[in-house]
Design a protein around this ligand. Structure first.
Ligand code: AMP
Ligand code: MG
Length: 481
């Protein structure tokens, strides 16, 4: 590994140094060799992956640390939070010379654990491990993981489960909530911290006339693009608290997430979200709300020569770009998925008509975009109670595609519509086997989801291709992890 140990250059109030506390009977779960190669792990590092991913081996080049941050959880100010069960154990350079954090989740309690036990259970580790991999393979910026380990140690949740650890990778573990903590509790550190964030993550902004405004605009832009990609893939993050969004717009901390199956925009995957704050359809506006909260923390950074009111206005102005950026990416991506030209004035209307059909007929989002791509119109119509509605849609759809370069449009569709997503029941089956020490299903899903846009008949099973029948109870997903 090539270390770039930079977080501990920050003032010591921002973290707490400590070593991981290994679990009893740690054992191999799964290792992402391709990612380890991208991260320039040596043969020796790779040989000791189980020790590294179970907290038994740390590195002289980096003293592990828990970060402190704060946040708004479910819309309420939650005060101080922080890494309550994860440690930053290294910052290393990947093949592109980009610095990547290695964060060991489930590594024991820290001063920020509050009432928690500092542990993660095998169930939630597998869910995060597979989803991070799935999102990356779909081209959605996200954390990922080099590997995970299971153990023989019981960890109490609603029932006794197995403890596990995961070595998460991300280009950034600095959350919107870091700014909230600093502004609330250590305002004097705000200028230096912000400066470092810009140097590390947005160096181009240093050249701007107002680097902080340029930085804010970039964070907003990247978050809008990330959320547009979530919406297109049908991904619901589940806990979009300000402590779970980072400043580089890569998906982080998605415990109770779900990939939507039957198209229900007001679907709540997270059963701990009683109010439905984080439904699929709310995500774009929650992103806006979170960024608004975040921008408040940049107000004290008003440069000396600036009028304070003008500074606030200029910060607010950055957020004006959020919605158009989101819509531009969402609309463009949706036309790709539909196989419609993005410039055509009726394309978006037509896409909305298709989504309305999926919604009213409770059809599977992923499966029916694939059917549209395969021109299996009859199959879609056969699933509709209101066949007339589908015929109207199809007439408009075909008339827009007439006189277009349909080969090119079809090629775009194939790049935009995954054959496979990680359905909750798929992850659940892999978890149940892994709890009995059989990781073969994790391996199969890992391979399948490595190439989500490619049909893999020899690897797929029927259950991967569609939702469970509507009379089968859904897998319950909650914040418990
Ligand atoms: P989350 O909603 O999972 O992002 O977690 C919110 C906060 O609770 C973070 O500060 C976590 O580190 C902390 N946390 C969650 N689960 C545990 C746990 N089992 N032990 C200690 N801290 C935890
Ligand atoms: Mg979190």
């Amino acid at each position: 590994m090539h270390f770039n140990s930079r977080y501990s250059l920050l003032p010591a109030k921002l973290y707490h140094h400590q070593q991981p506390l290994p679990l009893k009977g740690a054992k191999a779960g799964h290792f992402n060799t391709a990612l380890a190669d991208q991260l320039q792990w040596s043969e020796e590092d790779k040989k000791s992956w189980v020790e590294i991913c179970s907290g038994q081996k740390t590195f002289a080049e980096f003293e592990p640390l828990a970060m402190v941050y704060a946040g708004h959880q479910f819309g309420q100010w939650a005060g101080q939070l922080g890494d309550g069960r994860g440690l930053l154990i290294a910052q290393i350079l990947d093949q592109n010379n980009q610095t990547i954090d290695l964060h060991l989740k489930g590594a024991g309690s820290t001063p920020y654990s509050r009432m928690g036990d500092g542990r993660a259970v095998l169930r939630s580790v597998i869910r995060e491990y597979l989803a991070g991999h799935a999102l990356n393979s779909l081209g959605i910026p996200s954390s990922n993981a080099v590997g995970f380990t299971s153990s023989e140690q019981g960890v109490q949740r609603e029932k006794l489960e197995l403890g596990a650890m995961m070595l998460r990778t991300s280009d950034c573990h600095i959350r919107l909530g870091h700014f909230e903590w600093i502004n609330q509790y250590q305002g004097n550190l705000l200028p230096e911290f912000t400066q470092k964030c810009i140097e590390w993550h947005y160096p181009d902004c240093l050249k701007a006339e107002q680097p902080i405004l340029a930085f804010a605009a970039q964070v907003i832009q990247r978050t809008a693009v990330m959320i547009a990609k979530w919406q297109l893939a049908g991904f619901a993050h589940g806990v979009m608290n300000t402590d779970n969004l980072n400043i580089t717009g890569s998906t982080l901390d998605f415990g109770p997430y779900g990939f939507m199956e039957r198209f229900r925009p007001n679907w709540i995957n997270n059963h701990s979200d009683y109010q439905g704050r984080y439904t699929y359809q709310q995500q774009p506006s929650i992103g806006h709300w979170n960024l608004w909260q975040w921008l408040n923390n940049l107000i004290p950074l008003c440069p000396a020569h600036y009028e304070k009111e003008q500074w606030k206005e200029d910060l607010a102005q950055c957020l004006e770009h959020y919605e158009p950026t989101f819509l531009e990416h969402y609309k463009f991506g949706l036309s790709q998925k539909m196989g419609l030209p993005s410039f055509h004035q009726d394309s978006f209307d037509c896409a909305m008509a298709f989504l309305r059909i999926l919604q009213s007929e409770q059809l599977d989002y992923t499966q029916n975009f694939i059917r549209l791509q395969n021109k299996e119109y009859e199959a879609i119509k056969d699933d509709c109670l209101d066949r007339h509605q589908f015929e109207l849609f199809l007439t408009q759809y075909e008339s827009i595609r007439d006189h277009q370069d349909t080969d090119a449009l079809d090629a775009e569709m194939a790049k935009a519509n995954p054959q496979y997503i990680l359905r909750n029941h798929m992850a659940q089956k892999a978890i149940e086997l892994a709890e009995r020490n059989d990781f073969s299903e994790v391996e199969r899903l890992f391979t399948l989801l490595s190439q989500p846009f490619t049909q893999q008949p020899e690897l797929e099973s029927t259950a991967d291709l569609g939702p469970l029948p509507s009379d089968v109870p859904e897998v319950m997903v909650s914040c418990s992890s």
